[in-house]
Design a protein around this ligand. Structure first.
Ligand code: 5AD
Ligand code: SF4
Length: 438
């Protein structure tokens, strides 16, 4: 029997990369994971290409690995994820220490590619195969899981927003068949999972094959909700144009679907939304949120914004601030526009970094006020909390509320995976505190 090898896996970017990393680790059956790069036999960087900084980080990380490789010539270094997809051949050329490059659609070939590197070759696969890669990612026997898990249901995007690399790195929109997702969900619940977050770059465009024809995301959620032991369902990330009526209704009708929705709009200016190729206006987005709130009045809204998109004027920034005022977000993320090679907006006239920064800070300041107000407004309310782990202080347990706020409680007898009612009594910097309701 050969000795087991060690895998150091570093994940950048979105939750889908976290999910993919778990599947990759499971597929490398001769490896155990380590959190120490210096004792690894294989180092895999699962990369993100969404903004410039993310890609730069990968190159500087590769630079730092040079010493390790010199000290241990047997060490293999691999790059996975969206930077691998976009720049695989270039990485191979620029970084001789990289042995393996694998794009997000080829993870089922990872064991084979790893074997090629052991035989002394360099291996690259950035194809977009037809089959479902997850079918071929064989699982290891059932390790226990924490109370929360991600589950990819859909991948890729056909929207082609003018700033975004996802349609190029993750490819066309593909939905996994419903039966596979239900099987995977049941397996996760058997292993201790109580909350599932369904993942997709365009998750609400889900239309996977199911009994009686294609299923919508709402149908999939209704079927998942029938699994005993599964307590909570969330999904991310959605596009406003794919918020179907049955999905909106599900927020009011399905108690396991949590009252939290991440629905990026990117800008509040119709002129910029058009240049971004978003396919909707600010008014349509605001009306949509009114309908969602009619179905589920307490829902907490979350969004993404881009500051400093090409040709954005001061008036456009004001329109974004107005939209944020109108919606009143519980959480939101603002990114400085980053020109991505190969996307249409990267070819347009860019503004200075200082100007982008100024806009970023103004949008962030408004969002920070709203986030704070939303969190503070929880004080005095009764919420569900799914406990995940012990808190920083003795006797404390921490978990997430229905609305995704971190909550600490001091109480005996709570275990990870317990879902309890909690009365919120305090609002701190980044979390709430509360007492169990008997
Ligand atoms: N520059 C800045 N932000 C971007 N995003 C996507 N592409 C870019 C880019 N080129 C942001 C969007 C998206 C989130 C995941 O990342 O807001 O919703
Ligand atoms: Fe990118 Fe989202 Fe637009 Fe698709 S919908 S192109 S993933 S920003």
């Amino acid at each position: 029997m050969t000795a087991r090898k060690k895998l150091f896996l570093k994940t950048y970017g979105c939750q889908m990369n976290v999910y993919d990393s778990e599947r990759m680790a499971e597929s490398l059956k001769d490896y155990d994971q380590t959190d120490r790069a210096d004792e690894a036999d294989l180092i895999l960087l699962n990369t993100c290409h969404i903004r410039e900084k993310a890609a730069e980080k990968v190159y500087s990380e590769l630079g730092r690995l040079r010493d390790l490789k010199e000290a241990k010539p047997d060490l293999k270094i691999g790059v996975a994820g969206c930077v691998a997809q976009a720049e695989g051949a270039e990485i191979m050329r620029r970084q001789p220490l990289v042995d393996l490059v694998v794009g997000p659609q080829s993870y089922h070939r990872l064991p084979e590619l790893e074997a090629q590197t052991r035989a002394g070759a360099r291996a690259l696969d950035t194809d977009f195969p037809e089959e479902d890669k997850f079918d071929h990612l064989n699982r290891r026997p059932r390790a226990a899981r924490g109370p929360t898990a991600f589950l990819t249901v859909q991948e890729g995007c056909d929207k082609f927003c003018a700033f975004c690399v996802v349609p190029y790195t993750r490819g066309a929109e593909v939905s996994r068949p419903a039966a596979r997702i239900l099987d995977e969900a049941r397996d996760l619940v058997d292993r201790g999972v109580r909350e599932l977050t369904l993942l997709g770059q365009n998750v609400n465009a889900y239309h996977g094959a199911g009994e009686g024809g294609d299923w919508s995301l709402a149908r999939l959620i209704r079927e998942l909700a029938k699994i005993d032991g599964l307590a909570r369902i969330r999904f991310t990330t959605s596009h406003p144009n794919d918020m179907a009526d049955d999905l909106i209704a599900a927020f009011g009708e399905e108690p396991k679907l949590m009252p939290y929705l991440h629905l990026p709009v990117q800008s509040g200016s119709d002129r910029i939304l058009k240049r971004m190729n978003r396919g909707h206006t600010a008014e349509q987005y605001i009306r949509l949120i009114e309908r969602i709130r009619a179905a589920r009045p307490d829902i907490l809204m979350s969004g993404d914004f881009i500051a400093g998109f090409p040709e954005e004027t001061e008036e456009d920034v004001q329109a974004t601030l107005d939209l944020i005022e109108a919606v009143d977000y519980g959480f939101a993320f603002t990114f400085k526009y980053s020109p991505r090679p190969g996307t249409p907006a990267a070819e347009r006239a860019q503004m200075s970094e200082a100007e982008k920064d100024d806009r970023l800070y103004r949008i962030q300041a408004l969002i920070a006020r709203q986030q704070r107000a939303a969190q503070d407004s929880m004080v005095g309310r009764e919420v569900g909390v799914l406990f995940e782990k012990p808190g920083k202080f003795a006797g404390q347990m921490t978990g997430k509320s229905d609305y995704l706020h971190a909550v600490h409680v001091n109480a005996e007898g709570i275990a990870p995976g317990d879902l309890r009612r909690v009365r919120i009594t305090g609002s701190g910097t980044n979390s709430l505190s509360g007492d169990l309701i008997a």
